[in-house]
Design a protein around this ligand. Structure first.
Ligand SMILES: *[C@@H]1O[C@H](CO)[C@@H](O)[C@H](O)[C@H]1NC(C)=O
Ligand SMILES: *[C@@H]1O[C@H](CO)[C@@H](O)[C@H](O)[C@H]1NC(C)=O
Ligand SMILES: *[C@@H]1O[C@H](CO)[C@@H](O)[C@H](O)[C@H]1NC(C)=O
Ligand SMILES: *[C@@H]1O[C@H](CO)[C@@H](O)[C@H](O)[C@H]1NC(C)=O
Ligand SMILES: *[C@@H]1O[C@H](CO)[C@@H](O)[C@H](O)[C@H]1NC(C)=O
Ligand SMILES: *[C@@H]1O[C@H](CO)[C@@H](O)[C@H](O)[C@H]1NC(C)=O
Ligand SMILES: *[C@@H]1O[C@H](CO)[C@@H](O)[C@H](O)[C@H]1NC(C)=O
Ligand SMILES: *[C@@H]1O[C@H](CO)[C@@H](O)[C@H](O)[C@H]1NC(C)=O
Ligand SMILES: *[C@@H]1O[C@H](CO)[C@@H](O)[C@H](O)[C@H]1NC(C)=O
Ligand SMILES: *[C@@H]1O[C@H](CO)[C@@H](O)[C@H](O)[C@H]1NC(C)=O
Ligand SMILES: *[C@@H]1O[C@H](CO)[C@@H](O)[C@H](O)[C@H]1NC(C)=O
Ligand SMILES: *[C@@H]1O[C@H](CO)[C@@H](O)[C@H](O)[C@H]1NC(C)=O
Length: 698
């Protein structure tokens, strides 16, 4: 629950591999050949075995003299220049060439941040490194074919993942006179050995157990069936002091602690802290000046390991882009945990908590599965209500990067002595992400939201809610997000057969600060407004704390006070407690996020079903509609007369939008013409496609 948005976790995650690669550092001066314009980068695949036809994304990163390119890649602080480009069919001994830069062909051109092009790199001394992120081709069970990087026990980093190719780090003198920088992709990023305790191999890793910290890993049948390859899930299980596997009389409540990639060291918001670990292992919380020693609360703390091809975790729900992670975690992994550890297997004793990403996950887990969990304690959650997606008024804006008055929509801020400073805008963050991957494949924050909250596009990748370059919002794509808008889900099922107004009362606990670094307080305020309009101010416990920033435990509490608060909730809601959680409040019928509905509405078959060809008919004029296309498609029409498409036959192209009617007026009366409408659609991440209408004869 500490401040672990990806920018932070990236820095943490990259450290081990950075140093591994740095060991291979050989300082060579690049081979410089004078070219008239800017910098050209040649990346050779050399002798490294990459099979035939590798596709992926190359990254070329320049950092200031004396620093390594991966030392700091966080967009708010990095001094680096990033350039990325998609590649297809890379082979042995190939040379990949990068030059220039474009905002218009993100699929095939070089995309740079913060500089648009390689031609603008200022004269100076730099260090440079290049990477090739290698995509695998996956054929999903719904028939779509996608190219993605499947992570391997490393938490799905945006660059330099296990198995990717990397060059050595070299020194470069940018002369300003035009030059070619040659790099050899001759290192393969190795598998991370977490503190020497790695025992489980690729996909979620797995680690050696200690007395109280146990690690499990299962093959998920549901996820493996969906992705057409073996998929795993892991969990780190922290047992309380005195836990005895042979004692059949004691059972414990469980906190499912949602967080980012949990590697080997337990529910990381708790057990990575040395003072916590010491008290937990001894069972005694040392007293302070005015408190006496007390016992640690006797609960089991579980963190999941669920790295995915789109991010360091799955958001723990069923989604059309990631697959049935909600079912896999809750119906395969949790039953496995309950079969192997002495847990109380009733909803009142299963608690969800977490902060940030984990704040959303814990709230969503309870809200979608009130039959499984008793309560959530969710801190500074990702947007619970997309009326404000961070600071973006998503439902009624036309652009995700600019307010109507033209000023930038901010994304990250800090307060210094009470004064707000903007550290990054939504445009900055999205453009930075786009260097690491197109079609929402950067493994970074805005892209995973696209994957989790949105449906699948016809191209197989997340149907993006806005144009990642310009920020233009596509309302039809945003409309699909509503099923993941937790306020919308609750409000629209308040009195439905799910009875959420009654079922969820008193079970949701949320806290956020008014100074949240990522404006997440705004989504909480919208959520609060909507649920309280129906349920009153006591329906949920929602605390919006003045001048608190992102991070810390629930309501900014001290860790043991917080765990005792949760334990009290469990005790109170036990069958012999003061306010037992009745079985009529945990019916299976209250479930949401049902996999068959999610994939039926958002998967490949749904994407195919929402397409249609142009249609024309004679009605005085020839009148046509352009057919149905994915949101964001730019459409160009043309009338084809007697099978001729040239302009001199009156067949000039014209821009059209979906839903628009188009009219053809014959040039001269009395001539028999065969008329057809062709429409060509283009969009970033999509293959250009031309669809033809029926023909009519005049
Ligand atoms: C690549 O293709 C060539 C020609 O088809 C073939 O001889 C070779 O074995 C292939 N290499 C790999 C690694 O698949
Ligand atoms: C580059 O950095 C190295 C060591 O980090 C230093 O010795 C060298 O003087 C620097 N070069 C320039 C031009 O600043
Ligand atoms: C790669 O190129 C090197 C140098 O030109 C050559 O010796 C080697 O045979 C090539 N390897 C393959 C597999 O083509
Ligand atoms: C990688 O290629 C560079 C440039 O050819 C060479 O200096 C270096 O030794 C190679 N490194 C490895 C690990 O093969
Ligand atoms: C606890 O239960 C297990 C499985 O039911 C049984 O094998 C074992 O003997 C029991 N242990 C004790 C101490 O009763
Ligand atoms: C303990 O003392 C500190 C310092 O006087 C005070 O801030 C804190 O509220 C006290 N805690 C309790 C539990 O009384
Ligand atoms: C969007 O809605 C908010 C209220 O939810 C309102 O304050 C704002 O003016 C609206 N913006 C536009 C562009 O309609
Ligand atoms: C533009 O609109 C936003 C959102 O309403 C507001 O916060 C900001 O202060 C406005 N900026 C200017 C320069 O008026
Ligand atoms: C914040 O305020 C303190 C106390 O007034 C002052 O010492 C400090 O320099 C200020 N910090 C900044 C960054 O302005
Ligand atoms: C309720 O039952 C549990 C388990 O049997 C027991 O540990 C606890 O003390 C009981 N609580 C009350 C208030 O009786
Ligand atoms: C246009 O082409 C179609 C298909 O080739 C053909 O059936 C039709 O007769 C052609 N029409 C004219 C007017 O040439
Ligand atoms: C069609 O739209 C494009 C931009 O998408 C614009 O450049 C072009 O001028 C437009 N063409 C016509 C005929 O309006």
């Amino acid at each position: 629950m500490t401040n672990i948005r990806p920018s932070f976790s990236l820095r943490t995650l990259l450290t081990p591999r950075t140093s591994l690669i740095a060991l291979l550092f050989v300082s060579i001066l690049p081979i410089v050949s004078a070219k008239p314009h800017g910098i050209h980068v040649h990346l050779s695949t050399g002798a490294v075995s990459i099979g035939n036809g590798t596709s992926g994304r190359v990254m070329f990163i320049l950092s200031p003299n004396g620093t390594d390119p991966l030392d700091d890649i966080d967009d708010t602080t990095t001094p680096d220049f990033f350039f990325g480009m998609n590649v297809n069919n890379v082979k042995h001994n190939d040379t990949i060439k990068l030059s220039g830069g474009t905002r218009h062909n993100t699929d095939r051109g070089v995309f740079g941040w913060p500089l648009e092009t390689l031609d603008d790199i200022p004269v100076g001394i730099y260090r440079a490194q290049a990477f090739l992120k290698r995509y695998d081709t996956a054929v999903r069970s719904d028939g779509s074919v996608v190219r993605l990087k499947f992570p391997c026990g490393d938490g799905s980093p945006s660059v330099s993942g296990v198995g990717d190719l990397a060059s050595d780090v070299i020194d470069v003198h940018v002369s300003g006179k035009g030059q070619t920088i040659k790099l050899h992709l001759n290192n393969t990023v190795p598998f991370p050995d977490f503190q020497g305790h790695e025992v489980g191999g690729c996909s979620q890793g797995n680690y050696e157990d200690t007395q109280y910290l146990k690690h499990i890993k299962i093959r998920s049948k549901k996820l493996s069936d969906f992705w057409g390859r073996d998929m795993f899930l892991g969990a780190n299980v922290l047992l309380p002091h005195g836990y005895d596997a042979h004692d059949n009389t004691s059972r414990y409540p469980v906190i499912y602690s949602q967080n980012h990639w949990a590697e080997g060291d337990g529910p990381d918001s708790y057990s990575t802290r040395a003072s916590f670990k010491e008290a937990w292992d001894s069972g005694i919380i040392p007293g302070s000046a005015n408190t006496t020693d007390r016992e640690t609360p006797k609960m089991i703390l579980v963190a999941f390991r669920h790295e995915t091809p789109y991010y360091d975790d799955s958001y723990a729900v069923n989604t059309a882009n990631l697959g049935p992670y909600g079912d896999a975690i809750n119906e395969e992994l949790i039953p496995h945990i309950e079969a192997h550890f002495k847990t109380i297997t009733q909803p009142y004793a299963r608690i969800q908590d977490g902060g940030s990403t984990g704040g959303w996950e814990s709230a969503a887990s309870l809200i979608f599965r009130p039959d499984l969990f008793g309560a959530c304690f969710s801190s500074y959650p990702d947007s619970l209500d997309f009326h404000k997606h961070q600071a973006i008024p998503l439902y009624n804006s036309t652009n995700a990067y600019k307010y109507p008055n033209g000023s930038d929509i901010p994304s990250i801020r800090e307060f210094v002595n009470g004064t707000q400073h903007i550290l990054a805008s939504t445009a900055t963050e999205n453009h930075w992400e786009l260097t690491f991957g197109t079609s929402s494949r950067s493994s970074l924050q805005w892209d995973i939201w696209n994957a989790v909250f949105g449906v699948q596009g016809l191209n197989g990748y997340p149907l993006e809610p806005w144009n990642k370059v310009t920020g233009e919002i596509y309302p039809e794509a945003v409309e699909y997000w509503k099923s993941m808008d937790l306020a919308h889900h609750i409000v629209s099922n308040w009195n439905s057969s799910l009875r959420l107004g009654e079922v969820l009362r008193d079970r949701i606990h949320i806290s956020v600060g008014t100074w949240d670094d990522y404006f997440l307080n705004e989504g909480v305020a919208e959520f609060k407004k909507r649920v309280e309009a129906l349920g009153g101010s006591s329906w949920a416990e929602i605390s919006i704390l003045p001048e608190k920033t992102h991070g810390g435990y629930y309501r900014g509490m001290e860790v043991w006070d917080y765990l005792e608060l949760v334990k009290r909730w469990v005790d109170d809601h036990a069958p012999n407690g003061t306010t037992p959680l009745h079985a009529n409040l945990t019916p299976r019928s209250a479930r949401g996020n049902i996999w068959s509905e999610v994939i039926g509405r958002g998967g490949h078959q749904a994407a195919l079903a929402r397409q249609s060809d142009p249609v024309i008919k004679v009605s005085g004029d020839v009148v046509g509609t352009v057919g149905q296309w994915d949101p964001g498609m730019k459409l160009v029409g043309r009338w084809v007369i007697n099978n001729r498409t040239s302009e001199k036959h009156g067949c000039a192209t014209f821009n059209v939008t979906q839903g628009e009617s188009v009219h053809y007026r014959p040039k001269s009366i009395g001539i028999t013409d065969q008329v057809q409408l062709w429409v060509t659609g283009r969009k970033m991440g999509y293959v250009e496609e031309t669809r033809k209408s029926n023909s009519v004869t005049l």
